[in-house]
Design a protein around this ligand. Structure first.
Ligand SMILES: O=C(O)CCC(=O)C(=O)O
Ligand SMILES: [Fe+2]
Length: 340
């Protein structure tokens, strides 16, 4: 058995129900070591998560031709089909055997997104209302995590304190934040050799939130001892959460821009999706949260981040620092065409 086949959970579980120093320290500890955490004490119910996945399955079961009509556009919204993306071109010559639907152009005040490009299924009044609700909850949880990080990094109160990051991820700001439904069909329907379903990669933006379902695991990360480890589906340690109908803990990871911005204190960890041959379908839902496009990646007023700086910035002007948009353009150019 390799490390990747172990069912043991390699990640810490942190309950973020309250935003305080103790929680912030735990969040910082997890993100500055493995770069991934299970977040519990969130606001999602199991019913909501199940319904979200039902909508995703209903969409992906539609005929390929119908889905292809919604092909991904310049805003990174829409459908990408099998082998269209390649997260690890060095190892995966054919591209990833997966399909995806991206939502974007969000306004998190209203929860609205790129409605014009959505399939009728998601435009349906009730379904659209539901998607808006989920979008707002994803934003709220992401902001909470950024607040905890700002507290953990000891950002000065008079420099913005716990709001330092969230002020740069405002609900109606323009950003490339996207929400993505993913489908990995069983390998028997594709090339039986292709066990790697999303090649090894790191995400681009600030943080990523990910839902995977029980019995459909497959996410693996490169652990601190350089071994691939599976991230299992876990239930909450807090029994009252299940009684209240809360969903299981959610996977959250740090992405490249936030790692870069914090001088590497927060770790952006390589991960991939590997599925057994002849297994079942896998569906996952991912929220890639990014800073506003125009935000400059200026030095973060944190003693911890300052202490980790290796470059002399004393002669740098404000405009010498990249904007969030410039950073992501640089990353997109370095890898592949669409997606995170
Ligand atoms: O499907 C998953 O579990 C992970 C997908 C992923 O890492 C990504 O799309 O960036
Ligand atoms: Fe990823």
């Amino acid at each position: 058995m390799t490390a990747a086949d172990s069912k043991e959970n390699p990640l810490k579980v942190v309950d973020v129900a309250s935003v305080d120093k103790e929680t912030a320290d735990k969040v910082l500890e997890g993100f500055s070591t493995q770069g991934f955490l299970f977040v519990d004490g969130h606001d999602f119910t199991q019913q909501e998560v199940d319904h979200f996945f039902e909508l995703s399955e209903t969409f992906f079961k539609k005929p390929l031709e119908e889905k292809k009509k919604l092909a991904i556009d310049k805003n990174d919204c829409g459908y990408t089909t099998f082998h269209q993306e390649n997260l690890d071109p060095a190892l995966q010559s054919k591209g990833d055997p997966k399909e995806a639907f991206n939502f974007g152009l969000f306004n998190f005040v209203t929860g609205d997104c790129n409605k014009d490009q959505l399939p009728d299924l998601f435009k349906d009044e009730e379904n659209y209302e539901f998607i808006r609700k989920m979008t707002k909850k994803l934003y709220a949880l992401s902001v909470k995590i950024l607040e905890l990080l700002a507290i953990g990094l000891k950002i000065d109160e008079d420099k913005g304190g716990k709001n330092w990051f969230s002020d740069r991820h405002r609900p109606n700001g323009e950003s490339i934040t996207s929400m993505r439904m993913l489908h990995y069909p069983p390998t028997s329907e594709l090339d039986a050799e292709q066990q790697i379903r999303a090649g090894a990669h790191t995400d681009y933006g600030s943080i990523t939130l990910l839902f995977q379902q029980k019995g459909q695991e497959g996410l693996e990360l490169l652990s601190m001892d350089d071994q691939w480890r599976a991230v299992p589906f876990i239930q909450s340690n807090n029994e009252s959460y299940a009684k209240e109908g809360k969903a299981a803990p959610i996977i959250v990871n740090i992405a490249d821009q936030l790692s870069y911005w914090t001088n590497g204190i927060l770790k952006s960890t390589l991960h991939r999706v590997r599925l057994p041959t002849n297994g079942s379908d896998r569906y996952s839902i991912v929220f890639f949260f990014d800073a506003e496009n125009d935000v400059r990646l200026l030095p973060i007023p944190s003693p911890l981040v300052e202490a980790a700086r290796t470059e002399d910035i004393s002669t740098k002007k404000e405009t010498d620092f990249m904007t969030s948009k410039e950073y992501s353009n640089m990353r997109f150019a370095a890898t592949y065409v669409n997606g995170h």
